[in-house]
Design a protein around this ligand. Structure first.
Ligand code: PLP
Length: 377
């Protein structure tokens, strides 16, 4: 009997403490965290500068709502923008799904249209709006009420015919910078550019869900920077606050000029503690050169697993998918028995690694050796 609503299929693991990329259990095991708390801990666990920033914010001004200008919010917004040439404003929220709700709201209100074009394997979150534009069937089936048919139109990643789905009834197109839960698949830059051009032609917003792929995870601050496109709207969360719940909807100056008082709002979004964590996270990632380092993590996994029959490594930076001949769930259990924690995905044979950007290379090598052992390779 548990006091908690039983909605999570949990791993049989009791973590009592964590430091860096190591998890300590109630039975004294030390487990390598290649899952990064589900893409949430870019700097590992318990970074002392984050602890200091959070403590300082709490003891200076613990909380006040957006009815006043919150100290540190402007600095946090500038850290999020990171000198972007085309993105100009940040709206802080509390999670990825809320960031996407904001994006959907902006697209529909600004264009006066209702249809959102989404990827068939995409995932946008668990609130009603985000779930209504989530392509992954396993999640969509849990919608409590059926949204009107015309709210969503589904396209296939990298399908040249996808542009035809985008016409002047479309409010916006929402694309993950790397389709993560849907099997870790990277969009082709030329395909993205064609989708962007079509959006411009028909007056639809081109929107990137970087909840998982943003904040340096793909090797650039925004994932789209490496893809030759300039989305009108970008959503962020997960790594943004290094574990403190915070999300952001980032938009162009044109959308900023359209927005007015009351258009969006939240009590907790962009509170002082969240902003301190955002600003410090961004600074430490940049100062530590960690966006260059994630490419090395990826290359190490790719070269380490090269040549194993039926194995393919996909993704970018610290968002790594490993397609395997064995079910991903079995491999996850076998790796956990060897004191390494990895994630699975919405695809039965795709394992996901979402490590901290400063994960020791030695831990990645341990993962490669353990995977080879489990696969008899
Ligand atoms: N978008 C993507 C691509 C995600 O991976 C997730 C969460 O896994 C979300 C949105 C929803 O974020 P949250 O769980 O913070 O609401």
């Amino acid at each position: 009997m548990t006091a908690l609503l039983p909605v999570y299929p949990r791993l049989d693991l009791r973590i009592v403490r964590a430091a860096g990329s190591e998890l300590f259990t109630d039975t004294g095991r030390v487990i390598g965290d290649l899952y990064g708390g589900h893409a949430v801990c870019p700097l590992g666990h318990g970074h002392p500068e984050l602890t200091a920033a959070l403590t300082r914010a709490h003891s200076t001004l613990d909380f006040f709502s957006n009815s006043v200008l919150i100290p540190g919010q402007e600095e946090a917004a500038n850290a999020v923008l990171g000198g972007s040439k085309h993105l100009a404003h940040v709206h802080f929220v509390n999670s990825g799904t809320e960031a996407n709700e904001s994006a959907l709201h902006i697209a529909r209100r600004k264009t006066g249209r209702e249809t959102i074009v989404v990827l068939e394997d995409g995932f946008a979150g668990r609130t009603f709006g985000s779930l209504s534009v989530t392509g992954l069937g396993g999640y969509r089936k849990r919608l409590g009420a059926k949204p009107p048919e015309h709210w969503t139109r589904t396209i296939r990643l990298n399908d040249p015919a996808a542009v035809e789905a985008i016409d002047d009834t479309v409010a916006g197109v929402l694309i993950e910078s790397v389709v993560s839960l849907g099997g870790v698949r990277v969009p082709d830059s030329a395909w993205l550019q064609a989708i962007q051009a079509r959006c411009h032609d028909v007056g639809a917003l081109f929107m990137f869900d970087e909840v998982q792929g943003g904040v340096g995870r793909l090797g650039t601050w925004f994932g789209h920077e490496g893809m030759g496109v300039q989305p009108d709207v970008v959503t962020l969360a997960k790594s943004l606050g290094s574990g403190f719940p915070v999300g952001a909807c980032v938009v162009t100056a044109e959308i900023g000029a359209w927005a007015s008082d009351g258009e969006l709002g939240t009590t907790f979004g962009g509170g002082p503690m969240a902003c301190a964590m955002v600003e410090t996270t961004a600074r430490l990632i940049r100062e530590g050169g960690l966006m260059a380092r994630v490419g090395e993590l990826y290359a190490r996994v790719e070269s380490g697993l090269a040549g194993i029959p039926g194995v393919e490594v996909r993704g970018r930076g610290a968002l790594i998918g490993v397609q395997t001949p064995r079910p991903a769930k079995d491999l996850q259990v076998a790796l956990l028995a060897r004191d390494l924690l990895v994630g699975t995905s919405g695809q039965s044979h795709t394992l996901r690694l979402l490590p901290s950007y400063n994960t020791p290379f030695e831990m990645v090598d341990r993962f490669v050796a353990a995977t080879r052992e489990v696969l008899n390779a």
